[in-house]
Design a protein around this ligand. Sequence first.
Ligand SMILES: NC(=O)CC[C@H](N)C(=O)O
Length: 418
Amino acid sequence: MKTPVPDYLDEVLDGLRGDTSGATADYIPELAEADPERLGMAITTTLGRTYAAGDADTEFTIQSISKPFAYAAAIIDRGLDRVLGAVGVEPSGEAFDELSLEGGTHRPKNPMINAGAITAHSLLVGAQASQEERVERALAFFSRLAGRQLRVDERVCASELGSAHRNLAIAYMLRNYGILDGDVPSVVEGYTRQCSILVTVRDLSVMAATLATGGVQPVTGERLLDPAVARHVMAVMAGAGMYDAAGDWLTRVGIPAKSGVAGGIVGVLPDRVGIGTFSPRLDSHGNSRRGRLAFERLSRDMGMHLFASDGGRLDAVDVEVEVDGGVDKAPGTVTFALRGTVQLTAASELLDLMADSEGTHDVVLDATRVHSFTDLGRRMTLEGLRRLRLDGRAVALRDPAGVLPDPDLGDGTYPDLL
Ligand SMILES: NC(=O)CC[C@H](N)C(=O)O
């Protein structure tokens, strides 16, 4: 049996290919030339399982998606109070490259717009750090978040620096008000190099899943952030990550997210998943058009909305596998015993164990110790059973309390009830 999640993601992407609205970013010449048809998506659960579809291994520049992660690094390096003294946390409701600052303090309103992100970049490492040290800090931190060594695309960086007048203007203004120290062109160059780090949607989904766990990289197991820092960064993303579309995004999609002008979007649902999408055509807010549609679809289909009340966030499931028969006897029955609340994380573990259960014949799903299934958990579980049966296996359900309502396998048939 193959796990159904990648098929679902393929189907989501196929549904989006017809939408060719929007345009690649034109203020950075290298980005204007990107292949607009590229489309990829990846989801990583807090247990570190990644599902990917489409152009999942295509590299693109991280651009503004670097902002939440560099902001996190600045908080780690300099402390939250020092960072809050320089950059606010208020949604600005303005475009990403707006020249505005907060009245009175002259702080940039938040670290998700360029003014705040240039300031956060300038705070990396320590007061006297060089451009090389700041860029190396960002690169090393992002690489640990992604679980692989990342690199800078120098062509895209040079292309953007050739016409970075607006970011220079923003930085000179910040320098004028004493928000930013040091050599302005060097700070803007370091920030632009940070934006030119190459990532894939897989990387983005793992980086975001590290926020979702409260700071533990779910594949390597390394703690990279304190839970309080992860929480703070996710909260700022929720309020300001999508610039002047932040309120619309938070209500409609409900997944704290950050977009980049190369076409990436990263999203995070605390305790559940990290998500990465890539499609280079942008809407009028500078957010990937198809990326947005993909997030809308996930939110709708999978109940992935921060404020959805249709299922517990706690997913305390064990999946226990028991195989009868022993090593040298004929392949017998495999039992998958679930426990707790079954939603995405548990259901995805279950599906992978089911996919690995070849060599056995009869399959029993034991729901005796399940508290409840979320709608998504129920659908994933039933799809797994349906696929096992398509493979010619006998499928049975033990569910004395009836926690798996209407176990229709999607074709009007039911598992045997034990
Ligand atoms: N929204 C973005 O991705 C902007 C990032 C880009 N490097 C800039 O500063 O203009």
